[in-house]
Design a protein around this ligand. Structure first.
Ligand code: MLT
Length: 394
């Protein structure tokens, strides 16, 4: 037996696991302290009432012979695929129901989808980036081209036609910077991908946070995307499903490379490697896409947007420069006083019990930055903002 040698190329521990270990150690040493968690983007509000009602209904169905469900279709329940396709239709994106694949969440899909690509692929990652993009590709032995986002390009790098890649990861609204591509900018990426034969993995996990009506929520709003893109989305942040687990992937039937149809391959993959998502969860997920569900999840998002305002007001008072927080649930700030990002992590944890995420964890070009998630408890966020103000204005 020979273990996967590529695991030697990833760091010993994953960013958010490492932070969880550090905070656990802090709490063990200081059992009386309470932490103010604004690190990992984990939601703090309960699921919307209509989701809870639908989950209960799902449980009741499983209790009766007439309504009981056994194995679910591997690619998703017809009722949920239809509900999601209809949701896209409202934005002018026409999809066949079977171009929607129900998943257990975006992070799982972002790695699993690599299964329909050859090994030794060249993968372009726009950094700073969600660290799972890099790790999932290193584990498969893919070669990574790191494209840096920074102040010079407004955290929105554009294609460089001298570079070639097989797969391109784009996250918009971006985790961690909060930057959002315009339709014109995405069109450039789509044209580039079609020209060089690359496939874009479009991570749309934060689309529900877009406020500006001119910004695209889906890459399929862009002409040409049906021949070069796969969209990965999640209900984690849209509807508070981080602990419930359900997402979806849009893979158009028109996506082909070297005579092979990627949609057919993904159906082949799913029908072989999963028995689908539980009926009960899919019932709950479908409720998100009802009119009432959309109204209720908008209320949850409004609470997180208010958290962002509270944190941004504190940073404004301190004169700290930051990005995001408006069309995205993350605030990306420049580390104050020339500190590096892990030093500010330690300072905030040790002095005021506030947990954030060091920019360096999203790639070397994230050094000098720090990320706050706005998904925390609203009261805790207020306390944290005051503590940050008190500490950093000294
Ligand atoms: C983050 O904090 O970057 C994300 O919430 C992590 C995740 O979705 O796995």
């Amino acid at each position: 037996m020979k273990p996967n040698q590529h695991y030697q190329n990833v760091k010993d521990s994953y960013l958010f696991y490492h932070i969880a270990q550090k905070t656990k150690a802090y709490l063990e040493a200081h059992p009386d302290q309470k932490l103010y968690r604004m690190g990992i983007g984990d939601v703090s509000l309960p699921l919307a009432p209509c989701v809870i009602a639908a989950l209960h209904e799902g449980v009741e169905d499983q209790a009766t012979k007439a309504n009981f469900h056994g194995y679910m279709p591997e690619c998703g329940a017809a009722f949920l695929r239809k509900a999601i396709a209809k949701h896209y239709q409202k934005r002018g994106v026409m999809l066949n129901d079977d171009e929607v694949f129900v998943s257990s969440g975006a992070s799982d899909e972002l790695g699993d989808l690599l299964g329909i690509f050859d090994t030794n692929q060249t993968v372009m990652i726009l950094e700073p980036a969600y660290p799972a993009y890099v790790d999932a590709n290193l584990m498969r032995g893919n070669t990574i081209i790191h494209r840096n986002a920074g102040l010079d390009n407004g955290f929105l790098p554009m294609p460089d036609r001298s570079q070639k890649a097989d797969i391109i990861y784009i996250c918009s609204p971006n985790n961690p910077t909060g930057a959002v591509y315009s339709a014109a900018q995405l069109k450039e990426w789509v044209d580039y991908a079609n020209d060089i034969g690359a496939v874009i993995f479009f991570d749309a996990a934060y689309e529900a946070f877009i406020e500006d009506p001119d910004l695209p929520h889906s890459i399929f709003e862009i002409e040409g995307a049906r021949t070069c893109a796969i969209e990965i989305c999640s209900l984690s942040k849209t509807a508070g499903f981080t602990g419930t687990r359900c997402g979806y992937t849009i893979l158009p039937k028109t996506l082909e490379r070297e005579g092979m149809n990627l949609h057919a391959m993904w159906v082949r993959n799913r029908t072989t490697t999963t028995n689908g998502i539980s009926y009960i969860l899919q019932k709950g997920a479908a409720a998100v896409f009802s009119d009432e569900g959309q109204r209720q999840v908008a209320e949850l998002i409004a609470v997180y947007k208010n958290n962002a305002k509270v944190l941004m007001a504190a940073l404004d008072q301190l004169g700290i420069r930051y990005f995001g927080g408006v069309n995205a649930p993350y605030i990306w700030l420049q580390c104050p006083n020339g500190m590096d990002s892990w030093s500010i992590f330690d300072l905030l944890l040790n002095e005021i019990q506030v947990v954030g995420t060091p920019g360096e964890g999203f790639g070397p070009c994230g050094e000098g930055y720090f990320r706050f998630s706005t998904f925390g408890d609203p009261e805790d966020t207020k306390v944290a903002a005051q503590r940050i103000l008190d500490l950093l204005s000294k």
